[in-house]
Ligand binder design. Structure first.
Ligand SMILES: *[C@@H]1O[C@H](CO)[C@@H](O)[C@H](O)[C@H]1NC(C)=O
Ligand SMILES: *[C@@H]1O[C@H](CO)[C@@H](O)[C@H](O)[C@H]1NC(C)=O
Ligand SMILES: *[C@@H]1O[C@H](CO)[C@@H](O)[C@H](O)[C@H]1NC(C)=O
Ligand SMILES: *[C@@H]1O[C@H](CO)[C@@H](O)[C@H](O)[C@H]1NC(C)=O
Ligand SMILES: *[C@@H]1O[C@H](CO)[C@@H](O)[C@H](O)[C@H]1NC(C)=O
Length: 421
């Protein structure tokens, strides 16, 4: 009875936790730089050590600009009531990437704009894996199915609770969204736009004819989502741009996750995902959006090697627990706190080291106190939910336990158009 109560409380806790944000981690605590506030501000040049490839060009100099655009080569500060494509400079490529090109105004502390460069390292391997799984799922038909996209760096820009231009702050509507650019530095580059909360579309000025709450107005003055090359010819714009429907970016998707949009950048033209994407798990498996992966709990007792074989026969592998989110999910909602084998073993060459069966870096871990203790010099396999949900223990591999498998989404889903939610 006591146990049941504890598990119930635990699940309630996780249902709160999994009112998930569509945003990747951001803010000063993860090393973001904060942009100056203002109506039409820009950053100094952000010069990357590797290339992003966009419209077929290799580029490495960026500015983050208040009005919802990341510009290439030059700053781009002004909000023009124009539709993409429009001319910026006919002579020099000076283009922009716009998760939400609108008349944003952060002066007076009305929102923060954060940005950071993320190079690949053990501690953020999980973040690259999350993005790569999405890229592979969204563009699987133009890739070799057996080849995984490998990002080398990301540029992550977050407009957090930003407001719009107006003479006074008449309403308290704010938008929160994020652009993630990822590239392998040589061939492929992608943008992921994450919309957490969109509640206004238009800056308020006599010309925009917008409502005081930042909605409506002339189409030109409303927000645009897209990529403008700046020669007046090349560009890509979602067709909700300049309409009231652009307010629904946080509820719509082109990859099956409300608020998340993904685009391939490197070709001569920007590409949205194929008509069919891999976004769903096979029957009986549970989709964890934040990891973009599928999980199945087997409440049947097998030793670690049998469990590993069973997962492989199903097309996956024993789950790796490389992030706090995965650990919480596995402990709480899916295994219900039952002791469960997961996919790590002791390194046979060095008993103090542990390894994920996927070769992911060993970074996050959650041992129970005084574990791993390698009892009898023979505890070589990892199980979770030891004493308490989510705590880890080393145990005898021949011991029989429940287990959890993981695999990438392989079931196809037709998007049925651009704005499937
Ligand atoms: C990967 O897929 C390609 C194209 O389908 C195929 O030619 C190649 O042999 C595959 N490679 C491996 C290692 O399976
Ligand atoms: C808007 O926000 C300000 C401070 O953030 C607050 O003082 C004011 O009451 C709010 N106005 C409305 C209409 O909610
Ligand atoms: C979205 O923004 C509006 C207005 O700023 C706010 O009232 C609402 O709570 C926000 N919603 C979320 C999910 O953050
Ligand atoms: C095992 O790995 C630890 C941690 O990297 C290291 O300090 C230790 O020297 C290694 N032991 C052997 C025998 O290689
Ligand atoms: C937007 O584009 C999609 C596909 O690209 C199309 O199905 C849809 O009808 C368009 N919507 C409008 C309002 O034009």
């Amino acid at each position: 009875m006591a146990l049941v109560t504890r598990i119930t409380i635990f699940s309630a806790f996780f249902s709160v936790l999994y009112a998930q944000s569509v945003l990747f981690p951001y803010g000063e605590e993860v090393g973001d730089d904060l942009m100056v506030e203002g109506d039409e501000a820009t950053t100094s040049s952000i010069i990357l050590s590797e290339d992003l490839i966009i419209f077929g060009d290799h580029v490495y100099t960026f500015h983050v600009n208040t009005n919802g655009v990341i510009s290439v080569n030059n700053a781009f500060v002004t909000f023009y009531p124009k539709f993409i494509p429009f001319t910026i400079s006919p002579d020099e490529p000076s283009f922009f990437i716009a998760p939400f090109y609108a008349d944003i105004d952060t002066s007076g502390g009305r929102g923060n704009i954060y940005y950071r460069y993320v190079g690949r390292a053990d501690e953020n391997d999980y973040l690259f894996k999350r993005v790569q799984r999405m890229v592979d799922a969204a563009f699987f038909d133009i890739r070799f199915i057996n080849k995984t996209f490998e990002g080398e760096f990301m540029l992550i820009v977050t407009w957090d609770s930003v407001s719009y231009f107006s003479e006074e702050d008449k309403a308290n509507h704010t938008n929160t969204f994020q652009a993630v650019l990822i590239s392998d530095g040589e061939v492929e580059s992608y943008a992921i736009f994450n919309y957490e909360n969109i509640s206004w579309t238009t800056g308020v000025s006599p010309n925009s004819k917008a409502n005081p709450d930042g909605t409506g107005g002339t189409p030109g003055a409303m927000a645009k989502v897209g990529f403008n090359y700046g020669d007046g010819v090349k560009g890509f714009m979602l067709n909700v741009s300049g309409t009231d429907d652009v307010i629904n970016m946080d509820e719509t998707s082109n990859i099956g996750i409300p608020g998340r949009w993904i685009f391939r950048l490197d070709q001569a033209e920007i590409e949205a995902p194929s008509e069919t994407i891999r976004t769903r798990c096979l029957p009986g498996w549970t989709f964890l959006e934040i990891e973009y992966a599928c999980y199945k709990f087997y409440n049947e007792h097998r030793n670690w090697w049998e469990a590993d074989r069973k997962c492989k026969r199903e097309g996956g592998q024993l789950a790796t627990v490389t992030t706090p989110e995965k650990n919480d999910f596995i402990a709480g909602s899916i295994t219900g706190g039952v002791k469960t084998w997961v996919g790590a073993t002791r390194n046979p060459m060095n008993e103090t080291l542990w390894e994920w069966i996927t070769d992911e870096p060993w970074y996050f871990h959650k041992w129970r106190k005084r574990e791993p203790n390698n009892w009898g010099d023979a505890e070589d396999c990892l199980n979770t939910n030891f004493v308490r949900p989510g705590l880890w223990n080393d145990h005898f591999c021949q011991n029989r336990k429940a287990f959890i498998c993981e695999m990438i989404p392989i079931a196809d889903e037709s998007r049925g158009g651009e704005e499937t939610s």
